[in-house]
Design a protein around this ligand. Structure first.
Ligand code: IVH
Length: 675
């Protein structure tokens, strides 16, 4: 036990922390890391005088502050002017060149660095003699708050630089680095869901969560949250740092700071504009929120020469993306009935522009969610449109209420047919249970003819809606009983259109029974489930006669699905419907089960469970392989399991299999079994 060993352990641990949290490529297992960590802790416990604040054991201090101390920044923490498109970016360069017109730099080629504009919380990190000594918020740019204790809990923040002790990089005596702390999106979602499940207040977005987490007086709270950061600037230093922004970022990386991997070098402003375009798509693929790009002149001395307009440096600009989240007023709600009878509430909004689209309606998911978030009519709400998803209401801004807001009530009657609605226990949805509900029928017909179901050429949603509303379709089977003359009477239905429609309808009679079963729109019975069911029962009639127990016994079918099927087939109206379909000539059977090849398949009658990461194939591929050879794959280990196919990092399934004495095999042994 020596101070030397302590230093060695700290260096090694810091190296591994950096590999794991900054480079995402650890070189030791968690167990090896733990061993080093525990050794260090043991020595420190025996020699408390050796403990330092930057020791990896001191990530969480347990120190609770009363308030954040104010700190003056040694250099102003600036903000940026905005550009919104490629033209603005070109104009920006033009203005800058004119500004330097008397200087030789004005005529030289200018190159840039294009970084993501991370939507998090600015942090200002001060290092003295390579040690992290102070972490602050931006505050007003001149004075921020001391959040050192909280920042110490971030794994990705180097406590000592260079992280690599062997590195011969020179670090200035004082180095002030700027970065942005944020929540990775996937972890934000899981974490926020956890809060929700625990009945706690959730965060509206990752940015608020990051800012809330760093402003905790008890750093143990911060430590428990998945915060990380990227660094992008050196704001102050004494001594030498590289002259070019691109080299500075490389230097920060070499010191051990995390730098956004999406950062690029752009040789001119055209390349910058191209990158701006690329980001429209890239934005949806990365695991953190960005609200734009930041474009920086690579040559810092030219940037310095350019100076400022007001508070904004001329040498950098933010290229802002269209906002995908804004606030607006919730004017009303609209309740519609889906094809399965579920009542779906939708928000009627004061129109708001989101990413170039005027949004007037947004989904509110279901009534449970409305109650949970306490959304009221008249509320100012956050609306979000992300990627390709339908805009949705994130939640209300409770502080802006003036008392005139009205709670949203769950309808007692169906908005289309006025039937009393039902709630099924254990489900959040509210249903209209009337099979002849007009709006439900429109939605069911739409689905029946759609691409994923019967795929009827020439029969679109509009036709479905028109014929149903006119009463020419009173049930799904009426799709096959349309009269040519009656169709010709309809506005816009000329000979050709009607012929196309009728021939599409006729052709669809040949669709396999699996599609037909899917198209019926029975709750929980989509394409995959329909396939599994017919694979077992072969005909829709056999399925119709099956009881709950035998349906549930089919592997891959749950009790909810079985219940829904039994309920559907027990309904007389549905039986009459099936008769009508049969008379029209639809396919009710998928034919006999193909004979197993002579001698059977190698895995016939064997049941497998797959767990862990396999060396050469994915789990779905392994499942396909087993099934193609006659075996069955189930999700959980039981005494009926013949083999557990286990890969790396196998967890509880492995333990269970061992307990039950199930054979445990590797991918290689599986291949031997198949031969
Ligand atoms: S540079 C003078 N680079 O965006 C340099 N800022 O107004 C000014 N931000 O709130 C900042 N990512 O915290 C810069 N790669 C990045 C950034 C970035 C996010 C934030 C910054 C500030 C705002 C810029």
């Amino acid at each position: 036990m020596s101070l030397e060993r302590v230093q060695e352990l700290r260096d090694q641990l810091n190296f591994h922390i950096h590999r794991y949290y900054v480079l995402n490529s650890p070189v030791v297992s968690d167990a090896e890391y733990d061993e080093l960590f525990h050794e260090l802790r043991r020595i420190e416990e025996a020699n408390p005088e050796w403990v330092t604040a930057d020791s990896p054991t001191q990530r969480v201090s347990g120190l609770v502050a009363d308030a954040f101390e104010k700190v003056a920044h040694t250099a102003p923490i600036l903000s940026l002017a905005n550009a919104f498109n490629g033209e603005d970016l070109h104009d920006w360069e033009g203005r800058n060149r004119r500004h330097l017109k008397d200087d030789t730099a004005a005529d030289e080629p200018w190159d840039y660095v294009v970084e993501p504009k991370i939507d998090g919380l600015t942090v200002v990190l001060t290092y003295e003699n390579g040690r992290f000594v102070l972490g602050a918020t931006r505050g007003n740019g001149e004075i921020g708050e001391n959040i050192t204790q909280n920042l110490l809990t971030l794994w990705s923040l180097p406590k000592r630089i260079p992280v690599d002790r062997e590195s011969d990089l020179q670090v200035p005596e004082r180095l002030v680095v700027r970065g942005e702390a944020f929540f990775p999106l996937d972890q934000f979602k899981t974490w926020n869901k956890g809060l929700e499940d625990a009945g706690e207040k959730t965060y509206m977005n990752p940015r608020n969560a990051a800012s809330g987490s760093l402003r905790q007086l008890d750093s143990r709270i911060t430590a428990a949250r998945p915060l990380t950061m990227f660094c992008y600037d050196i704001v102050d230093w004494d001594g030498d740092v590289p002259e070019m922004q691109w080299d500075r970022l490389q230097y920060l990386k070499d010191l051990g700071f995390p730098v956004a991997p999406e950062t690029i070098y752009a040789k001119n402003i055209e390349a910058v504009a191209t990158r701006f375009e690329e980001w429209i798509e890239l934005r949806n693929r990365i695991n953190y929120e960005v609200d734009g790009i930041v474009v920086k002149l690579n040559n810092k001395s030219v940037a310095d020469q350019l100076g400022f307009t007001g508070k904004d440096p001329r040498g950098a600009i933010a290229g802002k993306f269209p906002a995908l989240e804004k606030t607006t007023k919730l004017l009303d709600i609209n309740v519609s009935v889906g094809r399965t009878g579920v009542l779906a509430p939708a928000a009627v909004l004061e129109p708001v522009e989101l990413g170039g689209v005027i949004v007037r309606n947004a989904t509110l998911h279901n009534f449970d969610e409305i109650a949970r978030k306490d959304i009221r009519i008249g509320d100012r709400v956050w609306v979000k449109r992300a990627g390709d998803v339908i805009p949705y209401v994130v939640g209300p801004i409770v502080d802006l209420r003036d008392g005139s807001e009205r709670p949203i009530e769950i309808p007692t009657n169906c908005p289309s047919c006025n039937t009393l609605v039902v709630r099924i226990e254990g489900e959040v949805a509210v249903y209209c249970d009337n099979p002849s509900c007009p709006e439900q029928l429109v939605r069911r017909v739409e689905y029946f003819v759609s691409r994923g179901a019967m795929d009827i050429d020439g029969f679109g949603s509009q036709t479905a809606e028109l014929l149903t509303n006119l009463g020419m379709i009173k049930d799904l089977a009426d799709v096959y009983y349309q009269d040519r003359d009656a169709l010709l009477e309809l506005e816009g239905f000329k000979d050709k259109k009607v012929d196309n429609l009728l021939s599409g309808v006729e052709k669809s009679k040949e669709q396999p029974a699996t599609r037909f079963l899917t198209a019926l729109g029975i709750r929980f019975v989509g394409e995959v489930v329909a396939g599994i069911l017919l694979d077992e029962f072969r005909t829709i009639d056999a399925l119709s006669e099956a009881d709950q127990e035998s349906i549930e016994a089919v592997h891959g079918i749950g009790s909810g699905t079985a219940e829904s099927l039994v309920r559907w087939f027990a309904n007389e109206k549905n039986q009459a419907l099936l008769t009508k379909f049969r008379e029209a000539g639809l396919q009710f059977s998928i034919g006999e089960k193909p004979e197993a090849p002579e001698g059977g398949l190698p895995l016939d009658g064997l049941t497998f469970v797959i767990t862990g990461t396999l060396p050469s194939m994915s789990r779905p591929d392994a499942k396909k392989l087993i099934e193609a050879n006659g075996g069955k794959v189930t999700g959980s280990v039981s005494k009926n399991t013949n083999y557990l196919l286990a890969g790396e990092k196998a967890g509880s399934k492995l333990t269970k299999a061992e307990g039950l004495g199930v054979n445990i095999i590797s991918e290689e042994q599986l291949n031997e079994l198949i031969g």
